[in-house]
Design a protein around this ligand. Structure first.
Ligand SMILES: Nc1ncnc2c1ncn2[C@@H]1O[C@H](COP(=O)(O)OP(=O)(O)OP(=O)(O)O)[C@@H](O)[C@H]1O
Ligand SMILES: [Mg+2]
Length: 293
């Protein structure tokens, strides 16, 4: 009798677990490729205000200048910057299939919650709404055909980052940080989260380590110490100066790589774009080889 009760309990427990697992699987979003989008690159940092949106906008424009078909999705639901940085403020059109048509500027298709919500009220949303907003921007828009979709993200490691990785296959991450310890430490945490989610870190942008005098070209270092920020982060891909033109261009809606295409900082952004583009090409070749075997 005792054996029977034990067996019955075990069966019930197994059934319950299976049932729970099925329920959980049903409520989890499916990670599906976005039709017609080859690669998704997330620009991230654990820290706020380090230049993620500035890098995302200039990186996207630099990729477009290399000839890539590029989109820029603003994943910062509560503090969207892309409408300002890319000068795309109009409400996007919706096609017959109820898909949003991302407006285009500087050869980059852009989409942001800032185009869909009034600019003057506070957005008070809980996690699930943020997740469905990300899903709508990712999958409810006409992105195709794109070589690269660049995604600007908010600081931290919250809902947006998890939602992105749950909804779509992310090719890789470009991390952005300033060299100060508080920023580097939080960026390492961001890197660790992506590592756990098995998303590779493809590049690291160090921002505002130094400035260059406009007239005498002398370089002033704000942070002494090693060139590479931490052994827990990949080597620095580019190091951007603190530069008035970069900030002014952001405010005026013309990214610095468009307004000052021959400047040193435009060359640095172009170097970042070429580096990432090279990595993506190698990855595509490896995938093609694997498929043909
Ligand atoms: N290299 C730079 N030189 C001068 N100003 C810069 C530079 N990089 C970024 N900025 C300025 O710093 C401010 C913050 O930049 P940005 O909005 O890109 O940061 P963020 O990391 O996206 O911030 P948030 O975490 O709030 O989204 C902006 O005013 C931007 O113009
Ligand atoms: Mg930002």
């Amino acid at each position: 009798m005792a054996l029977f009760i034990r067996l019955a309990r075990r069966t019930y427990a197994t059934k319950l677990t299976e049932h729970q697992a099925a329920l959980m699987a049903r409520s989890l979003p499916k990670r599906e490729a976005i039709p017609g989008v080859q690669h998704i690159i997330v620009v991230a940092s654990g820290k706020g205000g380090v230049g993620k949106s500035t890098v995302a906008a200039n990186f996207a424009c630099s990729l477009a200048k290399l000839g890539a078909r590029v989109g820029l999705l603003d994943g910062d639901i509560f503090g969207p910057s892309i409408p300002l940085l890319m000068n795309v403020h109009s409400e996007p059109l919706i096609n017959d299939n109820n898909l949003i048509i991302p407006p285009q500027n500087y050869n980059v298709k852009c989409l942001s919650m800032g185009m869909l919500t009034p600019t003057d009220g506070a957005i008070i949303w809980r996690g699930p709404l943020v997740m469905s907003a990300i899903q709508r921007l990712l999958k409810g828009a006409v992105w195709s055909p794109l070589d690269v979709l660049v995604v600007d993200t908010p600081p931290g490691t919250g809902d947006v980052h998890l939602s992105l990785t749950q909804h779509a296959p992310i090719t890789g991450v470009v991390l952005v940080t300033t060299p100060h310890k508080a920023a580097v430490d939080v960026t390492i945490r961001g890197a660790e989260m992506y590592h756990k989610l098995k998303v590779p870190i493809l590049g690291l942008v160090e921002n505002m380590r130094y400035s260059i005098c406009d007239s005498c070209k002398e370089r002033t270092e704000f942070f002494k110490g090693p060139t590479d920020l931490s052994t827990k982060l990949p080597p620095t891909t580019i190091s951007l100066p603190l530069e008035a033109h970069i900030a002014e261009c952001g405010e005026s809606g013309v990214p610095v790589v468009i307004k000052h295409p021959n400047s040193e900082y435009a060359k640095l952004f172009s170097q970042l774009a070429s580096h990432i583009w090279g990595v993506l090409e190698k990855q595509s070749e490896a995938n093609n080889d694997a498929q043909s075997k």
